[in-house]
Design a protein around this ligand. Sequence first.
Ligand code: NAD
Length: 474
Amino acid sequence: MTEITMNTAMYYAGKAIEGQGPTFEVINPATESVIVKCKAAITAQVNDAVLAAKKAFEQWQYTSDEQIRLSLDRIAQDIKAERSVLAELITLEQGKPLFLAEMEVDMALYWLEVTNQFEVPVLQHTDPMGKQMSIFHRPLGVIASITPWNWPFMIAIWHVIPALKTKNCVINKPSEFTPLSTIKLIEIIQRHVPAGVCNLVLGAGEVGAALSQHPEIEKVVFTGSTAVGKKILSAATDQLKHVVLELGGNDAAIVLQDVDVAETAQKIFMSAFLNAGQTCACIKRLYVHESILDQMVAALAKIADAQVLGNGRNTNTTLGPVQNRNQYLKVKNMIEDAVAQGAKIANQNLARVPEAGYFIAPLILTDVDEHSEIFAKEQFGPVLPVVSFRNIDEVIAQSNQSSYALGGSVWTQDMTQAHQIAAKMQTGTVWINSHADVSPFAEFGGWKQSGLGYAFGLDGLLMFTKKQAIQYAV
Ligand code: NAD
């Protein structure tokens, strides 16, 4: 029995097309029941989608800026009109509480609207010899977008809208775990762009590989794990494709002794357990000054224990499940392994865990071995290891030891010191007194193993273009 009936077709060449590959089930992580069954693309269908996009690009690249602005405005209006349907689909497939799914749609809309306001610049120069030149940002061609399961709708918007804004054609492949809100999104976009401009193929990793390795794909924009990102990069290198990789993180937060513990604990909890910890830039390691460690741990554990775990459709749910069984087992194993190595669970009265579904009660861990997986790798689940520090230079060095370098944060009332610490943190983003608080105006990208290239801001948008210099004498 499936939970809903909806169109589960792919879209390319302006048509809804059923996959000819294997059937896969989309599971509701809060109930473990099948929401709906979808069919994956076979390689010939991926090829057809790429060719349809290439054909559409012949015209779309010359569309006026005004027409693009209008199309994106109409897409925004339709998303607004279908906000509740979209949010319900997100909750159903991803598990997050409905209020958070609504926030995901709202944030996606905000990103769409900001991206639509950016102007793609044309730069004019005259050199000392009097030669004049104009530097244009041209569209790349056909872009492959591959998205993960944690914020499926918002991340699809982050990929697809800048691609369209800069006059590219695009083919998205959503995660096989959460394709439903993306199917709905592409269905909406179809109404406002010509056939072949925005396409969708469904399936697991092999469909993503076929798409990203296709010789007519000019750029791959990928959000997901570092392991898959590396595979995409090595295949792209051979064909000299443009690549933007938004990968995993192991973000550290450093809390100094001058903070208001109760207020900071609230904010830190929200940033570490956002979407049950399944956010690339969640706080994943917490360093607290030794003088306030016990107070901070007690405050965090109290907030964790007060959470209401459950189906995101229930209005009193504050924390949803882990999105899929593999991830659930991975997080469980990391916790067991950390405890076996001496970590202590600080919670007094664990939040109640529903019987069905991939739920894990939110945990605060202390006495964690810094080499244990839960500290050294990305847990991507509702558990936060906390360690103490005494010396600020030592803790900055420790936080920088990770091979990941997506985000980091510093928490203090002393803004001068905050900026000094921020400048020494080796991560793509540093927040002061907040975390995971991304903005469409600020370039966002991981350093080290957390990514390559940028999203957001004007530079993020221009990563969907190539420069052309036209030089002329007068
Ligand atoms: P994943 O890498 O397993 O899958 C991501 C996507 O890649 C899915 O659509 C999947 O089907 C596809 N895929 C798998 N193998 C492929 C291959 N060989 N070639 C092409 N595509 C392939 O990641 P996930 O488990 O869906 O997402 C969780 C990860 O994403 C976490 O590590 C998280 O930190 C990261 N993430 C990063 C950001 C960021 O902005 N840095 C944002 C969200 C999530």
